[in-house]
Design a protein around this ligand. Structure first.
Ligand code: NOJ
Length: 566
């Protein structure tokens, strides 16, 4: 089956969190036939590629990112025939399929780890095993080799008596990290990628791939955090090039999830002549509401910081010849609409949720890079607002709820923080209809459906000219049709002192100039110096253009986005 090959600069990717997209068999969990049944919806939206999160056999300790067999399908999601049918039907609609490759770690139930536990030397070398600190003899654990903390709370090391060593797990204890210094591991990972390429897949997303090359020396860090220390390690570029060449995927759409990365490295990952990846996800712009850099300490988003991060990454990637993946949401993030102010009237037409949704979409679709829509963005899905900790499933959320309480928070305070920050906010079932369980399943959904599905849903929005869904369709169309969006240079603009929460930039190509202005402010603001007099208003988050004063200033309404073309 020939792969779909589209110009990634003109493409739009749609992320499907399979567990929550569409359940075809009533077990409460989304599946492959469920996705196939919604391909017409996705083709109608106009996207080019579908990135499907992992559907491989997994104990589900981390929502499927703990894989026990890379080359099979978990029966809960369907069969290999279902997968082949999905690819075939997607291709018939000119939609490419991208799979999620989780090659930094396996599940502890993977056969490789099981063989290591059984004492097989070959497989012990697949993992990162160390003696404990202060250990005096074989079998004595001592203390963990370093003070590193894993991503979900607690030590990144686990003592395993069957190994007689500590093993490293940068995520859950059931996700031992693979040792990429071992050439056999690298070859085995390339085999996995090749297996799926040969099955007709059109692109790949690589999970936490910035973390595959560990530092040569393992040392304590001042606060136990280890992601920045490990990220963009000494051999990561070499390993990626080897993986891409050995699996035969050079030229396909490939995106790396780059935890704790740097701009300089993202340029190297994506510069075309290096044959590593086509684009990278970085996350600095989604930490602007972490007080003291701590995800579990709340604060309002710092828009000045957001603007500076977007500016430096946009202009920096451009100058270095790199390419960004553009996104606000994914299955690891609370919903951006809630996060950036769209809390009122969730569901009511004209409520701030809808305004913020349009503003965020306008921003990401007109920046330089490839836009990603996370399922439900196009409908305006918001945070879940669960009434009890028992509603949460995600290991990171439940762990941090406990850690917050151990740190002295009351149950109510801890619940509030988890409601704001939980990854489950991004994992609630897709809101297809206003009916039971939002039309996601006929059974009991694995995660509760937010109440606002009665108003925010696909059935209500598809075909309704003023809806967020139709707004997204228009943005996708523009992305395909306006060369300035794909190819244009980007430059950030200063909107002046009366627009402290406004982000503005221009894209230029030949004689064409496109200006985007986005207000992240819940109050009106006045943007100056954008030089859009005489330019055509293309679209925005209100039905009409902002009022322009005699001095050329734009009077922006709350959460107003506007795009001008000249
Ligand atoms: C990033 C994935 O997006 C996230 O869901 C997962 O928990 C970690 N990587 C570990 O695989």
């Amino acid at each position: 089956m020939a792969a779909i090959e589209k110009d990634f600069k003109r493409s739009v990717v749609y992320q499907i969190y399979i567990k929550s997209f569409c359940d075809s068999d009533g077990d409460g969990i989304g599946d492959l036939p469920g996705i196939t049944s919604k391909l017409d919806y996705l083709a109608h939206l106009g996207v080019d590629y579908l990135w499907i999160t992992p559907f491989f056999p997994s104990p589900q300790a981390d929502g499927g990112y703990d894989i026990s067999n890379y080359c099979a399908i978990d029966p809960v999601y369907g069969t290999m025939d279902d997968f082949d049918e999905l690819v075939c039907e997607a291709h018939a609609r000119d939609l490419g399929v991208m799979l999620d490759m989780v090659l930094c770690h396996t599940s502890s139930e993977h056969a490789w780890f099981q063989r290591a536990l059984a004492g097989d030397e070959r497989y012990r070398r697949y993992y990162i095993l160390r003696d404990g600190r202060g250990s005096t003899c074989a079998g004595d654990s001592g203390e963990p080799p370093t003070n590193w903390q894993c991503a979900f709370g607690g030590s990144a090391w686990e003592w395993e008596p069957r190994l007689g060593k500590w093993y490293l797990h940068m995520h859950d204890v059931s996700q031992p990290d693979l040792d990429w210094t071992n050439p056999e591991v690298r070859a085995a990972c390339a085999d996995v990628v090749r297996f799926w390429r040969e099955r007709g897949v059109d692109g790949f997303r690589f999970d936490v791939v910035s973390l595959i090359s560990k530092p040569e020396v393992f040392e304590d860090t001042p606060d136990g955090s280890c992601r920045s220390l490990v990220a963009d390690g000494p051999h990561v570029h070499e390993y990626l090039r080897e993986l891409v060449a050995a699996s035969g995927i050079d030229g396909m759409l490939t995106v790396g999830e780059m935890a704790a990365t740097t701009l300089e490295n993202c340029i190297l990952y994506t510069a075309p002549e290096r044959h590593e990846l086509t684009q990278t996800f970085s996350f600095h712009h989604l930490k602007v509401d972490y007080a003291d850099g701590d995800k579990w300490k709340l604060m309002e988003p710092d828009i000045a910081r957001l603007r500076e991060i977007l500016r430096s990454w946009q202009e920096g990637m451009q100058a270095g010849g790199g390419w960004n993946a553009l996104f606000w949401d994914n299955h690891d993030q609370p919903r951006a609409i809630t996060r950036f102010g769209g809390r009122e009237g969730a569901g009511e037409r004209g409520g701030s949720w809808e305004r913020v949704g349009r503003m965020l979409a306008t921003c990401s679709f007109t920046l330089q890079g490839t836009p990603y829509i996370f399922q439900g963005d196009e409908l305006g899905m918001t945070n879940a607002g669960y009434p009890s900790i028992d509603c949460f499933v995600d290991v990171e959320s439940t762990n941090n709820y406990r850690i917050l309480m151990e740190g002295g928070a009351t149950a109510e305070e801890a619940l509030h923080v988890v409601n704001e920050r939980s990854r489950d906010n991004g994992r609630t079932p897709m809101q297809w209809t206003s009916g039971p369980h939002a039309g996601f399943t006929t059974g009991t959904p694995w995660l509760a459906v937010p109440e606002n599905h009665v108003l925010v849903n696909a059935e209500a929005e598809v075909g309704d000219a003023g809806s967020l869904f139709e707004f997204y369709r228009e943005l996708v169309r523009l992305r395909h049709e306006l060369p300035v969006l794909a190819e244009g240079a980007v430059r950030f603009l200063d909107a002046g002192a009366q627009a402290p929460k406004v982000i503005a930039f221009e894209r230029t190509l030949g004689d064409t100039r496109l200006v985007t202005v986005c207000s992240f402010d819940s109050e009106p603001s006045r943007a100056t110096g954008l030089d859009v007099d005489g330019a055509r208003y293309l679209l925005g988050s209100y039905d009409d253009a902002p009022v322009s004063g005699a001095d050329g200033a734009l009077e922006l309404r709350p959460y107003e986005a506007a795009v001008f073309l000249s």
